[in-house]
Write a protein that binds this ligand. Structure first.
Ligand code: NAI
Length: 727
């Protein structure tokens, strides 16, 4: 056993157990952790000289939580329930042993304590946190499809009552130390230098080795039984809201509510075993494995720039340029200035450039009004944005983001103006949504420095940036573009160049499918509702209206011009053309799209759709399942083609891009995770069925997928393929 703990007893008989995993930046709860925790705890309990125990950490964070990496590996190898239960119970019962060991234990929380880390603290009799910045506590497990399985749900319940515990656990709330104290989850917050002093003071002067719930006559705050009328109502409302919000797709929130419902009727020892069983149940569900992998592991690696070319020194961008101060340019300027970067913001005229800066001002003022930002910070951020029409100001920037109109000639014009002044090694990034980067690069004198940086709207809220490598992009440009994304604290995915890259064409497959169904006479309400039930945040017709039907129409025309005789219009192009050209329906912007929009912002599906595309009789309408299958499998087929064609370098980029960029149902973990879960052979058979039933090549799957099915290969796990782009 590698010992993760340092053991020291002082003259007052206080044993300080410092968690300090050797050779690691953080304390991770793996098997060694639990074994050394148990050994050190039992040593302190057995040591007559020890009167009380302080638990603290030797790292900047308290405990980083469960070892999700090995958990993901275990999830893909499918362990049996009994083994999983033993593993979970091993830790949960250890914490129970600590809180009933007869000696008082105080947690001195010197850094972030999340998930299992905070569960350890909750099993201590006293919790004091330092007031240092960045200290948060909480149970974020629900965000990766899990629940706190070592007493977290039961101790929240018994500390603060079901009405307060439920929202914290269902939202995975992370609370700053002071907020956690106000909520009743920790006892005290003190300056960092006083942390151990305070923990020891409590042990000397006020120590009580019995938890409130182990005392005779204990009652759960706010009510002891779920049958009490107000609690019965709370549980009923919660169950209904959960199903309305998740459409039965996410098992974790319901399992958490069940832990509280059942747990409050049981003694602690029994309740902990029930919680453990729910934890095992979630572990056996592919939702948790897929969410852990995409949301935690793969996103974490992307944030650490796992695909950054090696050997290029890290570039810290101090000053960048943004060309085009419209919706996207203004957003990029705003997030860059917030990240401490100076921004030269260029537009056609000074008024447009100023308007771009005013966007930041308006947003920042709102933050000041809400008390989220100090007024002097507002001035400092705004002072970094320099609106101008003068390209000479780009002389000393290290990177330029172009966000002018989606028009090749306008883009070429601003590139040539920038080219004339930029330093040779400056990166030229385009925020185009779909135009191939290689083609744009040919209009500049620096094709090797050209890269795609595809932001999503609204820039300040969307966490993803799709980074596109053109045919001539060099390693330095790519690496420095990735450095910029990291400076903005956004998540980059890396893709190779192609029309629509990955995200635009991938969401296009979903939208195209939904719109196509309208012309087949399928009830538009069914199309929209089936999407919501499948876990998409909004239906295909709603998104089309938001993006603008006129823009989609223009995009199709541009594509027709670009591709000439090779152009094959998507199945939705005729429908969009009819709506725009014959009926002037441009989407939300002119309050007429697939929906009619009232002045008060409410909307309802346009009844005129049925006059253009007669509705099938009710008996011939497809099932919800079939509509959902069509949308999902159209996207699976497209994602598989992106992998086969080398647009994607790795399935992780596809899954992150799908879930964090374009609203793919997150409980599926992305299209590649979902295909693995369903079984590649099943995906092949279903796409073949759909292609035959609807005589459509949009479900056509690449040979890659057929080969994978034949050979029993997957996108992840021990039998994973080597992606074609990296062969
Ligand atoms: P926008 O129309 O809001 O802004 C474009 C800006 O470029 C305007 O301020 C315009 O005055 C300026 N501009 C036009 N010609 C110029 C010139 N010759 N010199 C300097 N400035 C010029 O457009 P938006 O939505 O910001 O889009 C910009 C780019 O970002 C497009 O390529 C678009 O495809 C892409 N994009 C848009 C997204 C969206 O959700 N709107 C999402 C991702 C990418």
């Amino acid at each position: 056993m590698i010992d993760y703990f340092k053991y020291a007893v002082d003259a007052d008989g206080i044993c300080t157990l410092t968690i300090d995993q050797p050779g690691s930046a953080a304390n991770v709860m793996d098997r060694n952790f639990i074994a050394s925790f148990r050994a050190n705890l039992e040593k302190a309990v057995a040591d007559d000289a020890v009167k009380g125990i302080v638990l603290t950490s030797g790292k900047s964070s308290f405990v980083a939580g469960a070892d999700l990496k090995s958990m993901e590996a275990a999830l893909t190898t499918k362990q049996d329930a009994a083994t999983l239960f033993e593993q979970c119970w091993d830790f949960s019962s250890l914490l129970r042993r600590m809180e009933t060991c007869g000696k008082p234990v105080a947690a001195a929380i010197n850094g972030a304590a999340l998930g299992g880390g905070f569960e350890i603290c909750l099993a201590c009799h006293y919790r004091v946190a330092s007031d240092a910045r960045g200290i948060v506590v909480g149970m974020p497990e629900v965000g990766v499809g899990l629940l706190p399985g070592a007493g977290g749900t039961q101790r929240y319940l018994r500390l603060i009552g079901v009405a307060k515990a439920l929202p914290f656990l269902l939202q995975g709330s992370q609370l700053k130390a002071e907020k956690a104290r106000e909520a009743g989850l920790i006892h005290a917050v003190v300056p960092a230098t006083e942390l151990l002093v305070e923990a020891k003071r409590w042990l000397r002067e006020a120590a009580d080795p019995v938890q409130p719930w182990d005392k005779k006559g204990f009652r759960i705050p706010g009510g002891n039984s779920p049958l009490q009328p107000e609690l019965a109502q709370l549980f009923m409302g919660t169950a209904a809201n959960l199903q309305a919000g998740t459409f039965h797709n996410l098992p974790a929130p319901l399992a958490i509510a069940s832990c509280l419902y059942e747990g409050m009727q049981l003694p602690m020892d029994k309740a902990l075993r029930v919680e453990c069983k729910y934890f095992v149940k979630l572990n056996l569900d592919p939702v948790a494995g897929n969410m852990v992998r995409t949301v935690f592991i793969n996103k974490g690696e992307a944030d650490k720039l796992v695909r950054r070319p090696a050997g290029v020194p890290t570039r810290r961008h101090e000053r960048i340029g943004v060309l085009g101060a419209g919706l996207m340019g203004a957003g990029v300027a705003y997030v860059a200035a917030q990240a401490g970067i100076d921004v030269v913001l260029i537009d056609r005229d000074q008024a447009c450039a100023d308007k771009g800066k005013a966007y930041s001002e308006a947003r920042l003022k709102k933050d000041v009004e809400r008390g989220r930002l100090k007024a002097d910070r507002l001035d400092a951020i705004l002072a970094r944005i320099h609106p101008t029409t003068d390209y000479a100001a780009l002389r000393d920037v290290s990177l330029v983001v172009e966000a002018v109109f989606e028009d090749r000639s306008v883009k070429a014009e601003v590139f040539s103006l920038a080219d004339a002044v930029l330093k040779d090694d400056a990166v030229l990034a385009s925020n185009t949504s779909a135009l191939p980067i290689t083609g744009l690069a040919e209009t500049t004198r620096r094709p090797n420095k050209m890269v795609g940086l595809h932001f999503f709207s609204p820039v300040e809220r969307m966490p993803l940036v799709e980074v596109i490598r053109g045919r001539q992009t060099d390693d330095a440009a790519l690496a420095e573009a990735l450095d910029f994304v990291a400076q903005l604290r956004k998540t980059p995915i890396l893709v190779n160049d192609s029309r629509g890259f990955f995200t635009s064409r991938f969401i296009g497959a979903f939208i195209n499918e939904g719109v196509t169904m309208v012309a087949e006479g399928i009830n538009p309400a069914l199309i929209e509702n089936a999407a919501r039930m499948a876990g998409y945040p909004v239906g295909a017709l709603s998104i089309s209206d938001e993006i603008g039907l006129d823009l989609a129409w223009k995009g199709a025309q541009q594509q027709a011009n670009d591709l000439g005789p090779d152009y094959v219009p998507g199945s939705s192009v005729g429908i969009i053309t009819t709506l725009v050209a014959d009926h002037e329906r441009h989407g939300r912007k002119n309050r007429k799209g697939f929906y009619d929009y009232a002045a008060d912002g409410s909307k309802r599906l346009w009844p005129g759709l049925a006059d253009i595309w007669p509705r099938k009789p009710e008996a011939e309408q497809p099932t919800v399942d079939e509509v959902r299958t069509r949308m999902l499998f159209a996207q699976f087929a497209d994602a598989a083609r992106c992998m086969a064609d080398g647009v994607l370098v790795d399935p992780a980029d596809g899954d992150i891009g799908a879930c964090f960029g374009v609203g793919f149902p997150i409980y599926l973990g992305g299209p590649f995770a979902a295909m693995d879960t369903l079984g590649i052979a099943h995906v092949v058979a279903e796409c073949d069925r759909l292609a035959a039933t609807y005589a459509a090549d949009r479900y056509a799957i690449p040979q890659l997928l057929r080969d994978m099915a034949a050979e029993g290969r997957t996108f992840y796990g021990p039998n994973r393929i080597v992606p074609p782009a990296t062969r």
